[in-house]
Each structure stands twice: as structure tokens, then as C-alpha cells.
Unconditional design. Structure first.
Lengths: 342, 317, 305
């Protein structure tokens, strides 16, 4: 237990645009253990997708991974890998499930062939064998009538089925690490639950580690062991799922939890929103990035980035409220009794 | 699908009929007639005979009815300019040179154009890309006419590398006599090279940014594999919808090249017929060309549904 | 010291002023496109070339001091010299002055045909798309027929029915020019028509005219600009074609096409008589093409970051 499969250390990614350098990811570190699920949660534009792409080595031209960043996979720095090593790593060691299955599947290629493609390029199977395995994979992800479905084109699939096909593609080579970039965002709520269940089931069966990227805390609750909350290119709070849901420490996490629709609240209470927009990453603020939207903002927040405060058990939050000099503030709502009960 | 095809077929017939009618009345609106130059100097009686022979003595509407009836049987009437010729005979003689020139031009132009387009897209932002872009802009900025004239003057005339005018005939009609065909093909293919390299480059750059290309990369495909299996496939869709039109266009003759290099082709006769107001031939050639175009448009529609699986089923795009 | 530190740890909440300060100033589509165009040196150079060309075709004959139709029988087929910058033609006319006047026709064609194409094309396409149904069907058929008749035939017949003057040349070139624009506009408008903001305007009771003018046209302007940028070179080519076939303008009028045709006759011994008008034509078309490319890049919303 506890063997690290993936370690991301001080990852910094910038995009060079006409207006200047957009610092999408500003020093993110985390680790994923073998077979466990880590969730990265944050709103649009906080850099979580860029983090995912970095792990897959998919950052391209206007984007740049800053020197000093390290991503260790089984102890090897993948950022120093050669082209050929990258190809062997992608798809075979580490596979990705994309957000929008409609645009992520080639519209002109039959679904079965697209799944078989992964096996073929990694030399795992011959043509006929790969086609058979593709059908098998489709069956495994719960697609009825897989023989016929494999011969169809993506547009003939429904949204949920497409996402299942996407997952089948990712699973083709039994990767040890699965990166799911908002796998449920484009789907209906009922389908979302099915897809999450499918991922849980497959993880149990295959023992792959999953990095789940989402903006929806509700999705995370039942599946993730650890959660990182990202805001404006930084991880502002991290901890086990239980810790984060029971004892959230960062005002942004509080706000996020309040924004999750809940059935257990009595009256028709209005769903909380977080006012304002995240800071412009062209010129990130010197202080805490959340300070302009934080109800507990203090003068120090605008001046200096808060350090991580450790609460034990790997639970950390970067907020000045936990400084001994700061006034004591309680979490502003009743934390629900059971984690995962959403 | 069958119902659609049948409906489209009748629409095509209607379009061709309207085109024939429009052409007829347009030509009728031109002052003077094809005989006036020749006939004015002839005695009255011979002139009347001549007019009667071509049916030009009758009122316009009656001539229209006669012409349309003839058209149904494929009879467009005799040429005024070249006695003894009708559209069928002209077609027999002119179609082969035009078709050969057109095919050669398309094969070279589209082939080279697509190759350059792929290179420009794959090496985007490098000197290769800039050179290709520069030449393709230059190629579409110089009219075919000027290319033809300059190549004729310098490559054929001054350097004497190829014949100045002429076209293979007889046994060499389709194969052989290549030296004659080099310059006409070259003059014609530039515009295709430019058009197709730009079209494919734009299309490829569009496809490269699609999510499924990223997904293919995440699967571990190498760059050449991605280009071959995913990018090219998808970026050829717009090409294939334009190509039939280009082919139809090329087959029915390139007017200027045929005129410059004195090639006995369809386009050259069209110009000459129009200039000498050779009514029956103009009408015949126009109807033929419009049949080809309308048929090609129809073909493209069908083809499109075959290539792009998204359209194949129930028009769900 | 202690006191100061405490001041920094007082909850003040989020101030509204800060939220405003964070937001970047928004740039409109037109501003953005113009900014991108300005940064494109090739497109800017094309604009400069075109402006120079306009000045030259207007004032060129004055500069060199020759009338374009003044014949000097003793000075035929001269090579370029200080007196006659581009030499003289077979009738002893100054080629520089003639190229300027010919260029005038080309640019006039570009201007007039573009205007006609845009106005007629938009109106036609707009009406087609807006009313739909049988109106659309019939109007579409009309376009289909017009586009299926060989363009050369239409142009030649118009030139025959009218005379060989500049206005009839313009009419001839404009007859079918708007068909493509109308089709493109119809396509775009049909797309926009089903969009929500137009639905909103319609449900508020805006009349048809207002919806077309205020909502649809501004949203289609980009496609329109591109459409015209690609058709301008075509007009100029077509004129030169007509001139080459001898059905364009007749003397004393001249155009680049007419000059190219005359140049072809003299090509054997005096190639410069072909090359000067041809070069002028290529330069104008090249400038329009490069400007068109620049505009396409500038207007492409996908490049907007």
C-alpha cells in the first residue's frame, strides 16, 4: 500500500497568447497511489484540464510546461521522455477519457475500429483479434448488442453510449492510470450516475488508478479517496474525501459545497452561488487568488499568498484564516452527516 | 432515397429545359443574325433560300418550338459557320482533345496541390509553409491566360523546348504526342494547384484542432499515424465535394488554353461559335455543358452522403 | 508592531470595486479583427499597394505627360526610356499612360461589381432565407439556372446586345455575379435564423425588415467581406478574358485585358508590350488576394483568443 504511481511536483504551465503569458497552472503538486482515485475539483478555467493534459503530454504549441516542473510516473520523469517513449506511455500506461465523447471520437471511423486502434498501435493484437477484443470491451462497458454497435459510427450512439465507448477505448490496453477529464459533464444526470458507477466497477476489476477531473463535487463524493480543490491554477485545499466533506477548511471549498444542489435541506432554499469571476491569469494577483470573491477576505490576503496549513492526515488548506493571528471563523453551514450521501 | 433520386432527376430535366429556353431567347435578343455578314452581299433569291434552310425566316416563337422539338431527338440543327457540321459531329471531334487536356490538368493540378497542401499544413509556420503559401497566392493571382502566353513565348518560343502550338491527333489522340501537351497542361494546372493546396491546408488545420485528434494522440498514435488515419480522412471531405465540379469544368474545355495553343477542343469551338453567332452549335454546346454541370451537382449530393457517415443516416448532421 | 499585524487580519469581505478592476476591457469583434489585421504586415502592405495603385491610375497620365490615346506614328514600338517610361505600342501610344487608364477600368470594375454583388446578393439571399417555402424554392431555381448557363455566354451576349462601352462591360460582369453571394448569405442566414436571439427579436414583434437589417446583416458581415475579397480578382480576370477574346472594350477605350490582347499580337518581337499590362494586372490581383487572406485570418473567430 501507499506506493506512489504518479507524482506531480511543482507543475507550472503557461499559454503564450497575443496578450501575454497566461499562467494556467501555477505550481501544483500531488501524488496518486496505485489503484486509488484522486479527484481534482474546481470551476472552469482553474487549470484542472491543463493539469490533466500535462500528465498525458498533450500540451501543445502556445502552451509550455515551465522548467522545474516534474511529473514522475513510477519514479520516472515523463517530461524528459523521448517521442517514442511517450507513444508507448500514452494509451498503454496511461489513458484518457475526454469530456465530450461526440467530438473526441472520429466521426468517419467505426466505433469498433477506433477501440481496436489503441490495441493495434501498441502491438497488442492483430487485426482480427483487435476487432474481437473491441467487441469484448464494448460489452464490458455495458453496451448492448456490441457486435452490431462496433460496426456503427459515433453519431449513431447516444450521449451516454458514446462516453461508454470512450471508456472502452481508454481501457483497451489495461492502463495503470486513467485520467478522466470531466467524463460526465456533457451527460444527463441519470446517465452521469451510470457512468460513475461504471468507472467504479471497472476500477475494482482492473485496479487502475484514476485521476478524476470535474467541477462537480457531487460526482466526486462516492468515488474519490483523495480530493484536491483547485482554484486559479493552484491547489487551495487537499485531503481525503471524508475530511474535505466533513471538515472543509478553505472558504472556496465552503462555497463550492454550498453550491452543490442538495435534497436534504428543508425549505426551498436558494442554491448558493459564488459571486464574481476568478482572477485574470495574465497577471495573477500577488495574494490569495480567491480574495476578491471571499467573504472572509482580510487585508493580508491581498498582499501575500497564504502558506499551506497542515491539519494532519494529509489535509492541507492554503488560507490565512488558519493563521494564529486571524480571527476564528466557523464553517458557515452544517456539514452533512455522511460523506457520499449525495 | 429512391424517391429523392427520382425527384431530383425530374428537377434536373426541368433545369436543363429552362436553361435551353433562356439560352435560346438570349441569343434571339442579339441584334442581327449569323447570316447577315455573309448574306448581305448575295442576290435576293439565294439569300431567301439560305434563310429558309436554317429556318431563320420564321418568327422567333415558331423557331423556338421547332428547336425544342428537335432537341428532344438530339437534333440541334446544322452549323451555320461550318456547313455540314452538327453538334454530334463537333462533339466527336472536339471532346477527346478537351477531355485529355482536362484530365491531365486535373491529375497534375490536384495531385500536386494536395501534396503541397499536406506539406503546408504539417509544416505550418516553417519556411516550407511560407514558400508554398507564397507560390499558391502568386499562382491564383496570375490569370491562366498570361501563364499560357508567357510559357508559349519563353519555353516554347525562345528556348524551343516544346512545340509552340498543336495537339496530338489520330493514333496519338489519347496517348502519345506528350510534348504537345506539356505546356497546355502546365498552364492550366497552376490554378488547380493553388486552389487545392489552399483548400486542403485550411481543411487540415481545421481538423488538427479537433478533439478526436487529441484523443488519437492520447491513445499513443504517432504523428504520421494520426495524419494518415484521422486527419487526412476527415480533411478530404470538403475536397471530394469540390472535385467533381473541377472535373466537369476541366472536361468541357479550357477556353483560353485551347485558343492559345490552337487545340481543336470543345472550348475553342464554343468561343468561335459565340463570336460568329452560330446559333445551333451554341445552343447544343450550352445544353451539353449544363447537363454535365447539373449531373455533377447531383452526383456531389449523392457522393457527400456516402463519404460523410454523419449525413448517411436520415440527414442527421 | 503587534497592532499593525492585527490590522492585516481583520475580515473585510470582498469589495465590489475589486471585482470590477479585475475584468479586462472587452474588445468588440470589429476592433479585434482590425487589431489583428493591423498586425499582419502582408495585408497592410497590400493596402498600401492598392492605395498607391488608386493614386497612380488617377494621376498617372498627368505624371508622365502623355494622353493614353495620343498616337505618334513616328514613335512606334519604342523600348522604355526617360520620355516614355514603359515605351510605346504599335501605334506609338505611351504604354505607361495606357496601363494607368487600363488599371482605372480594372479598379472601377472591382469597386462597382463588388457593390452590386453585395447589395443584390444580400437582398436576394436575405429574402430567400427569410421567407423560405415556395419563395425560397423558386428564387433558388433561378440562381441554379443562372449559374448553369456558361458565364462566358451570358457576358458575351450582354456585350453584344449592349455596346462595347465601360458601362455595358460593368453590366455584363454584374449580371450573374451576385448568385454566389446570395447563396452564401442564404446559408448563413438560415443558420442564424434558427438561433435564439433572432427568435427573441421576432417574439418581441420586430418587423421583417428590422430583423434583417439589425440582426442578420451585422452577423454575416465577415462572410460577406471574404466573399467579395475572393470575387474581386475574378472580376478583373473576367475583364481581361473579354479583352483577350476581342469582345471587351473597343478603341479608343482601353483596359488591361485589351492591352494584353494587343500585347499578344506584338509578343513575338516586343514582349514588354505584353509584360507591362500583365504585370499591372497581376500586381492588382495579388494585392487583393493577399488582403483577402489577411482579412480571412483577421475575421476568423476561431483565432480569437
Amino acid at each position: 500500500m501507499g506506493e506512489k504511481l504518479l507524482q506531480v511536483q511543482d507543475l507550472r504551465v503557461s499559454y503564450h497568447t497575443y496578450a501575454g503569458e497566461v499562467q494556467s497552472v501555477r505550481g501544483v503538486s500531488f501524488a496518486v497511489e496505485k489503484g486509488e482515485t484522486l479527484a481534482i475539483v474546481g470551476e472552469s478555467g482553474c487549470g484542472k484540464s491543463v493539469t490533466a493534459k500535462s500528465i498525458m503530454g498533450l500540451i501543445q504549441d502556445p502552451g509550455e510546461i515551465k522548467p522545474g516542473s516534474r511529473i514522475l510516473y513510477e519514479g520516472r520523469d515523463i517530461l524528459k521522455m523521448k517521442k517514442r517513449e511517450w507513444r508507448a506511455y500514452r494509451g498503454e500506461q496511461c489513458a484518457m477519457i475526454f469530456q465530450d465523447a461526440l467530438t473526441s471520437l472520429d466521426p468517419t471511423m467505426r466505433v469498433g475500429k477506433q477501440i481496436a486502434e489503441t490495441l493495434r498501435v501498441h502491438g497488442r493484437a492483430g487485426k482480427a483479434e483487435a476487432a474481437e477484443k473491441a467487441v469484448e470491451l464494448l460489452r464490458r462497458v455495458g453496451i448492448p448488442n456490441p457486435e452490431r454497435r462496433a460496426q456503427e459510427f459515433p453519431h449513431q450512439f447516444s450521449g451516454g453510449m458514446r462516453q461508454r465507448a470512450m471508456i472502452a477505448t481508454a481501457l483497451a490496453c489495461d492502463p495503470k492510470l486513467l485520467i478522466a477529464d470531466e467524463p460526465t459533464t456533457a451527460l444527463d444526470v441519470t446517465i452521469q450516475a451510470q457512468i460513475i458507477d461504471l468507472m467504479k466497477q471497472l476500477q475494482r476489476e482492473l485496479g487502475a488508478a484514476i485521476v478524476l477531473i470535474t467541477h462537480d463535487l457531487g460526482v466526486v463524493a462516492g468515488i474519490a479517496k483523495h480530493i484536491c480543490v483547485m482554484y486559479s491554477g493552484k491547489i487551495v485545499e487537499r485531503g481525503t474525501s471524508a475530511e474535505l466533506f466533513y471538515h472543509p477548511r478553505h472558504p472556496y471549498t465552503w462555497a463550492l459545497l454550498k453550491a452543490v444542489p442538495r435534497l436534504d435541506l428543508k425549505n426551498k432554499q436558494e442554491l448558493a452561488t459564488i459571486e464574481g469571476t476568478p482572477p485574470d491569469l495574465l497577471s495573477p494577483p500577488a495574494g490569495c487568488p480567491f480574495c476578491t470573491r471571499c467573504r472572509y477576505c482580510m487585508p493580508v490576503c491581498k498582499e501575500e499568498m497564504p502558506p499551506d496549513t497542515d491539519f494532519g492526515g494529509g489535509h492541507q488548506a492554503a488560507c490565512w484564516l488558519h493563521d494564529p493571528r486571524a480571527p476564528k471563523v466557523d464553517a458557515p453551514f452544517v456539514v452533512r452527516k455522511e460523506a457520499g450521501g449525495i | 432515397m429512391l424517391k429523392y433520386t427520382v425527384r431530383r432527376f425530374f428537377e434536373m430535366l426541368l433545369t436543363i429545359f429552362v436553361i435551353a429556353t433562356a439560352t435560346f431567347f438570349l441569343l434571339a435578343a442579339v441584334p442581327g443574325d449569323p447570316l447577315s455578314d455573309r448574306a448581305d452581299r448575295l442576290p435576293e433569291s439565294i439569300r431567301e433560300n439560305l434563310y429558309r434552310k436554317y429556318g431563320l425566316d420564321k418568327p422567333v416563337l415558331e423557331r423556338y418550338v421547332i428547336t425544342m422539338k428537335g432537341m428532344l431527338h438530339g437534333d440541334f440543327g446544322e452549323s451555320v459557320r461550318m456547313p455540314g457540321y452538327d453538334i454530334q459531329k463537333l462533339l466527336q471531334e472536339t471532346l477527346a482533345p478537351s477531355a485529355r487536356l482536362g484530365l491531365q490538368t486535373i491529375v497534375v493540378g490536384v495531385g500536386v496541390g494536395l501534396l503541397l497542401g499536406i506539406l503546408a499544413a504539417m509544416f505550418k509556420g516553417t519556411w516550407l509553409d511560407y514558400i508554398i503559401v507564397f507560390f499558391s497566392v502568386l499562382m491564383i493571382s496570375v490569370p491562366t491566360l498570361i501563364f499560357g502566353l508567357l510559357l508559349q513565348k519563353y519555353v516554347a518560343g525562345e528556348m524551343g523546348l516544346f512545340p509552340i502550338i498543336g495537339w496530338p491527333s489520330g493514333e496519338e489522340l489519347w496517348f502519345g504526342g506528350w510534348a504537345y501537351t506539356v505546356l497546355p497542361t502546365l498552364s492550366g494546372c497552376f490554378s488547380y494547384i493553388a486552389t487545392y493546396s489552399r483548400l486542403l491546408k485550411t481543411s487540415m488545420l481545421d481538423v488538427i484542432n479537433q478533439d478526436y485528434v487529441l484523443a488519437a494522440r492520447a491513445k499513443g498514435l504517432s504523428e504520421p499515424q494520426i495524419v494518415r488515419r484521422h486527419i487526412l480522412r476527415n480533411s478530404f471531405i470538403p475536397i471530394i465535394t469540390v472535385l467533381p465540379m473541377s472535373i466537369a469544368f476541366a472536361l468541357t474545355g479550357s477556353f483560353f488554353i485551347e485558343k492559345i495553343y490552337a487545340i481543336p477542343g470543345f472550348g475553342r469551338y464554343f468561343i468561335e461559335s459565340v463570336q460568329s453567332r452560330d446559333l445551333s452549335i451554341i445552343l447544343g454546346q450550352t445544353v451539353l455543358m449544363s447537363i454535365v454541370y447539373v449531373a455533377v451537382v447531383f452526383l456531389v449530393d449523392i457522393l457527400y452522403t456516402l463519404i460523410d457517415p454523419r449525413i448517411r443516416v436520415g440527414g442527421k448532421a | 508592531m503587534e497592532q499593525a499585524a492585527d490590522n492585516r487580519f481583520v475580515i473585510i469581505g470582498c469589495a465590489d470595486a475589486d471585482k470590477e478592476a479585475i475584468a479586462r476591457p472587452t474588445i468588440t469583434y470589429a476592433q479585434d479583427a482590425w487589431r489583428r489585421l493591423r498586425k499582419n504586415p502582408i495585408a497592410m502592405a497590400s493596402i498600401v499597394v492598392l492605395v498607391l495603385m488608386v493614386v497612380l491610375v488617377i494621376f498617372g497620365p498627368l505624371l508622365c505627360g502623355w494622353e493614353y490615346d495620343y498616337m505618334q506614328p513616328t514613335l512606334k514600338n519604342l523600348p522604355p526610356s526617360a520620355e516614355h517610361w514603359f515605351g510605346t505600342d504599335m501605334l506609338g501610344r505611351d504604354i505607361f499612360a495606357r496601363v494607368c487608364v487600363g488599371g482605372r477600368v480594372s479598379l472601377l470594375i472591382a469597386l462597382v461589381c463588388t457593390c452590386v454583388q453585395v447589395v443584390v446578393g444580400c437582398a436576394y439571399g436575405g429574402i430567400m432565407a427569410y421567407f423560405g417555402g415556395w419563395v425560397d424554392n423558386i428564387m433558388m431555381r433561378v440562381i441554379e439556372v443562372m449559374m448553369s448557363i456558361p458565364y462566358l455566354l451570358v457576358v458575351i451576349i450582354v456585350m453584344m446586345v449592349l455596346d462595347n462601352s465601360v458601362p455595358s462591360l460593368l453590366v455584363a460582369l454584374c449580371v450573374t455575379s451576385w448568385c454566389n453571394t446570395a447563396r452564401a448569405m442564404r446559408g448563413v442566414i438560415l443558420q442564424l435564423k434558427s438561433s435564439e436571439y433572432v427568435m427573441a427579436a421576432q417574439s418581441l414583434g420586430a418587423p421583417a425588415r428590422r430583423v434583417i437589417l439589425k440582426h442578420l446583416i451585422p452577423n454575416t458581415i465577415g462572410i460577406l467581406i471574404l466573399n467579395t475579397a475572393t470575387s474581386i480578382p475574378n472580376y478583373i480576370f473576367q475583364e481581361s478574358t473579354l479583352g483577350f477574346l476581342g469582345i471587351g472594350l473597343q478603341p479608343p477605350n482601353t483596359s488591361l485585358g485589351v492591352m494584353i490582347s494587343l500585347g499578344q499580337a506584338a509578343m513575338e518581337f516586343y514582349p514588354l508590350q505584353l509584360i507591362f499590362p500583365a504585370a499591372a494586372l497581376v500586381l492588382i490581383v495579388l494585392a487583393f488576394n493577399l488582403l483577402g487572406d489577411g482579412l480571412r485570418d483577421a475575421l476568423d473567430p476561431k483565432l480569437r483568443k
